[in-house]
Design a protein around this ligand. Structure first.
Ligand SMILES: C[S@@+](CC[C@H](N)C(=O)[O-])C[C@H]1O[C@@H](n2cnc3c(N)ncnc32)[C@H](O)[C@@H]1O
Length: 274
């Protein structure tokens, strides 16, 4: 267990890595945790940051999302041992500690200030490379092998980009890594519009999220993505499962039964380029 208290000193989008850590660590610290994450809890307890003041009471949304990403990454590793995994905007994600893997090469791409705080707690090594660059800076692609199986994940990132940035990045990924698999999450258009109108979503009196310019209507998502990458691909839209317990579980179990409700919630996308 680390003992130093570290002030993260983050702002804007990099600060949101603390929001998702709040969710994963609080969930992990419960005695009845559905999503164990000992490393997230360890980092959380070492950070000198008032999580509840900024983000309020945690809910397991990001823990749930991380669990979905873990499932896709684990399936990729099982199918392609020795492949490469790129995590764009990885922040303080602790996925590499939750997934038992001795074979793949992992690459974390995040902004320099985010990598600096990550490296206070998580060291790169011969199988885990940290790249301190924006995901929009194509130089990260030079560090990633383009001749083997490749999974590129972006968890909690693309909503903070402009649509043209997401489109251009996917187009360039498809050109550079023609057979890769991509996983990312998408927020619905109404959430994006609300965040733009309000200058961010107020989570508490003390914290407002950054603006989330990219949101998409579910019904137009497949067509849009296929048009962007300009190559054959399969696209799977994955709904978040119900929350693990309590009132949120009831709400997230009943809500999908309402007609049209799937258009109002975030979802995850799995794209396989061919
Ligand atoms: C909501 S956090 C998600 C962190 C992590 N993926 C998770 O789920 O816990 C957003 C992350 O995107 C990173 N980020 C923001 N802009 C970025 C950019 N242009 N390129 C790469 N990462 C970026 C932030 O530094 C932060 O780590």
């Amino acid at each position: 267990m680390m003992t130093n208290f570290e002030a993260p000193g983050l702002s804007d989008v990099p600060e949101t890595m603390l929001w998702t850590l709040h969710s994963r660590a609080q969930e992990a610290m419960r005695s009845d945790s559905a999503f164990p994450d000992a490393k997230a809890a360890e980092i959380y307890q070492c950070l000198d940051y008032d999580f509840e003041r900024s983000f309020g009471r945690s809910n397991p949304m990001a823990a749930l999302r991380a669990h979905l990403f873990d499932q896709s990454v684990s399936a990729f590793i099982a199918a392609h041992p020795g492949g490469s995994i790129v995590n764009l905007g990885e922040g303080l994600e602790t996925q590499r500690y939750r997934i038992d893997d001795e074979s793949c090469a992992w690459y974390t791409v995040d902004l320099p200030e985010a990598i600096a705080i990550r490296e206070r707690f998580i060291a790169p090594d011969e199988r885990h490379t940290h790249i301190a660059l924006s995901a929009t800076d194509r130089a990260w692609m030079d560090a990633v092998p383009d001749d083997g199986p490749l999974l590129i994940a972006a968890q909690g990132l693309f909503m903070y980009f402009q649509e043209r940035e997401v489109r251009n990045l996917l187009l360039d990924i498809a050109a550079r890594f023609p057979r890769c698999q991509l996983i990312f999450d998408v927020i619905p258009l109404w959430v994006s519009r609300a965040s733009v109108l309000a200058g961010g979503l107020p989570l508490t009196r003390h914290y407002r999220t950054p603006v989330m310019p990219w949101g998409v209507h579910r019904f137009s998502l497949r067509t849009k993505l296929k048009g962007w990458v300009q190559r054959p691909c399969s696209i799977e839209l994955i709904d978040y499962p119900a929350f693990p317990r309590g009132a949120p579980r009831l709400i997230s179990s009943v809500f999908p039964l309402l007609p049209g409700s799937r258009h109002w919630v975030p979802l995850m996308v799995e794209m396989q380029l061919r």
